[in-house]
Structure formats: C-alpha cells, structure tokens
Write a protein that binds this ligand. Structure first.
Ligand code: ZN
Ligand code: FE
Ligand code: FE
Ligand code: ZN
Length: 267
C-alpha cells in the first residue's frame, strides 16, 4: 500500500531541482498517488542565493505554474499548492509576510541553518569539523521547537536533518525529541516522514524510527513527503514509509487544504 499523497516536492525555480512540474504530476499518477503538493523553497529572507531558493519576484510565477498543473491534471490528480520556508530567528515578520502573499494549502517549515551555517549544504560540510555533534543536535532541536512556536508552519520538515551527512550524536537525544514533540503538540504542527534521507549519506528516512515513535505517542499528525528534486523521486520508497509509520505506532495521516487539516486517513 502507498499513501494517498506526496506532500513535499520542488520545482526548477529553486535553482537545484530538475524537471517540469507536469513531469512530477505524471510520475505521481504513474505511481498510483491520488494527490500531490508542491512545496518549493520560499525566497530566503536573510540572504539571496539563486541556487537554493526562488527570488521574491518569482513567487507569482511559482503560484501560477502550479495552478496550471493543477488545472491540467484535474481529472487524474489533486494538486495542492504549498511552500517550504526556512525558519530564521529574527526574520519571523518578513517570513510571515511572504507566506501571506498567496493562499497556500499548507506551509512546510524547515530548519536548514544554525546561525549562519547551512549545516546540510554540501559546500559547507567541512564546517562540521569545527562543531561538537551533540551540541549541533541540541541547537537543532531548539530551533525546531522555536519554528513550531511561531505558528507560521503546518508541517515541520525532515525533523532530524542534522544527520544528513552521517553525523550521529554520542549522547541520547530522546529527551530533546520528547520536548520537541510536546511543543509540536501544543503548536498543532504535523511532522512528515521524508523519504529523501534514504537517498543521502545517512541512508535513513527523516526522522529516525525512535523519533517517529515519540511523535506517534504524542499524537502528532503525520504526512508523507519524498522531497523530490527530480520527477523520478516522486513517491520514492512510499511503501516502506507506510510500513515504518505503522511500526512507529501511527494509525492515521492527514491531508491539508487552506492551511488546515482537511481529512484524516487511516493507515
Ligand atoms: Zn532543495
Ligand atoms: Fe528542506
Ligand atoms: Fe524540500
Ligand atoms: Zn526539504
């Protein structure tokens, strides 16, 4: 069994993804998915990097491009329009302003930066050598909690992305994850099983099974996302993701529309 939907995928507007949105939609139909949501990287608020996100000027193009695919595939596939926005402390107002420009179905919140360090950016990978891995994990979980508390996000992305290059903590992080789950519950955010980790050095979905068990125990809503940056990755490893969700104790997952949970589906 595969899930109804894939809620995390990109477009060439971010500068590091390939394929047209229609190709992502075609792949979704071929895989048997019933719904997809595009969630390309929102314009950075703290700097400009055309290789990572679209510019503010490109937001109308983004929205219209996805609307066009939604209309074209209306008979075969439900297409939601979403966006993945970075949480950058101190820039909440600017981020909120960007997110309010269009009526997204949901917003995915991501932590890709600890202070100025893009810890998952391959070009900044050597900076891991200057950091204590346990401290990076603790800083990361603190940022995840802060991001949820802003109320700007519906889904928190890849919630242990710090492991991307295979850096694993030597200390037990379960208390950090438990505190994070409590904040997610209070804030009403969902988490995703993001299958892109299986395509990275860490060779594991985001987040790890022990984290998923904690989120399931706290009753955090769940979504599924491939984080596809090319059409062939849409719905990648989704059978495995469903099995994992069940193993972690989840009994359902959710769909979003107009920035609210639209529907709950049993696993
Ligand atoms: Zn990306
Ligand atoms: Fe991301
Ligand atoms: Fe993404
Ligand atoms: Zn992502």
């Amino acid at each position: 069994m595969i899930p109804f939907n894939d809620y995390h995928m990109h477009t060439p507007l971010c500068g590091h993804a390939s394929g047209e949105p229609a190709e992502y939609a075609r792949q979704a139909v071929a895989k048997g998915l019933r719904e997809i949501g595009f969630s390309d990287h929102a314009p950075f608020v703290h700097m400009v990097d055309p290789g990572v996100t679209m510019s503010t000027d490109q937001l109308p193009e983004y929205y219209e491009m996805i609307e066009a695919v939604r209309d074209r595939y209306r008979k075969e596939l439900i297409v939601k329009i979403a966006i993945e926005a970075d949480f950058i402390p101190g820039y909440e107002d600017k981020t909120r302003a960007i997110l309010e420009d269009y009526p997204y179905d949901y917003v995915i919140g991501s932590v890709h930066f600890i202070k100025d360090w893009g810890f998952d950016d391959p070009s900044q990978r050597e900076k891991w050598n200057d950091h204590d891995v346990n401290a990076v994990y603790r800083d990361y979980y603190e940022l995840l909690r802060q991001s949820a508390r802003t109320g700007m996000f519906n889904i928190i992305a890849h919630s242990d992305l710090v492991k991307k290059f295979g850096h694993r903590p030597t200390a037990d992080m379960s208390a950090e994850v438990d505190r994070t789950a409590q904040v997610f519950k209070e804030a009403g955010v969902a988490v995703e099983i993001n299958t892109s980790g299986w395509r990275k050095t860490c060779q594991e979905q985001y987040p790890a099974l022990n984290c998923l068990e904690i989120y399931a125990a706290h009753g955090i809503p769940l979504t599924f996302g491939s984080d596809a940056h090319r059409p062939e990755d849409v719905g990648a490893d989704f059978e495995r993701a469903v099995q994992l969700a069940r193993d972690a104790g989840f009994q359902e997952y959710v769909l979003f529309k107009d920035r609210q949970i639209e529907r709950v589906i049993r696993l």
